[in-house]
Design a protein around this ligand. Sequence first.
Ligand SMILES: Cc1ncc(COP(=O)(O)O)c(C=O)c1O
Length: 337
Amino acid sequence: MKNIDWNNLGFEYIKTDCHVRSTFKNGKWGRLGIHRKDTITMNVAATCLHYGQACFEGLKAFRCKDGKVRIFRPKENLKRMNDTASYIHCPQLPESMFIRAVKKAVSENIDFVPPYGTGGSMYLRPLLIGTGPRIGVAPGDQYDFIVLAIPVGAYYKGNIKPVDAVILDDYDRSAPRGTGHIKMGGNYAAGLHAHSLAKKMGFPINLYLDSKTRQYVDEFGTSNFIGITRDGKYVTPDSTTILPSITNKSLTQLAEDMGIPVERRPVAFHEIADFAEIGACGTAVVITPIGRIVCGNKTFEYDSEKCGPVLKKLYDELTRIQYGEIPDRHGWLMEVE
Ligand SMILES: Cc1ncc(COP(=O)(O)O)c(C=O)c1O
């Protein structure tokens, strides 16, 4: 075990022992290597630098109650990454290589996996970038696939505290931000301005409406939207311009297991006034309850003191599966040998 203050880990880059990497050249992927330096060298004309030919994923490994380390649903991330890869004309990642790479990134950094009971986990960041040179607009012919492994802390230390969200109503840049268009990664740069504007206004999170009509809820800057209706239904937007969240997919399954009706459908903006609970869901924090949503001079209020009962139940169920406290009844965990 590394000498780390596990209880005070945040969600920040930390240099670990190594990352794993494979290079695609002459039409095929090379051997998966282990790299101890956390820098890479590439051509100044690399397509990831000029044309944004790059995408990433985010998933986690957990040290479970029995001491074993398990990765949560890595095949889902592979599927999503390959969808993104075809969209930005990167080569597909073979399943066997992706799985070996995420497992290796964990096993080679095993002493960085936070102990069970601290609430921490190991965040895995697969990255696919065009590293071949091009000056004319065209995809490159060399790519690097990298997996970083970084220990992250418990987001909520005991108390799941709701946060306030803002809809930047004169802000119309959600479309080119590219979450739905380029799925995960690709280009979050166009969202950075909205994100920092929200932060400057005192809101940790911003909510995007659909950029075409601004009549429907899309998603939060870094997570999907869940609304729990007053009669206990789980509602989440069906939209082509949001990231298909693996956390949302998992929570939807757990909701169904619990007999909670699930509706995946367009969610009209005016409906946000009627939800009993609202949450933002994603790998990093599972569920962030929303206390208030501010949109211009309108404020929609929920419980700003504590997480609502339905979202709390779903949060507990998912985290208990992830830490091996209850049976993995859907086969979501993959053990790292
Ligand atoms: C824009 C956006 N939506 C949703 C999510 C949640 O996706 P997942 O549950 O697969 O982490 C993320 C993840 O970080 C995200 O960046």
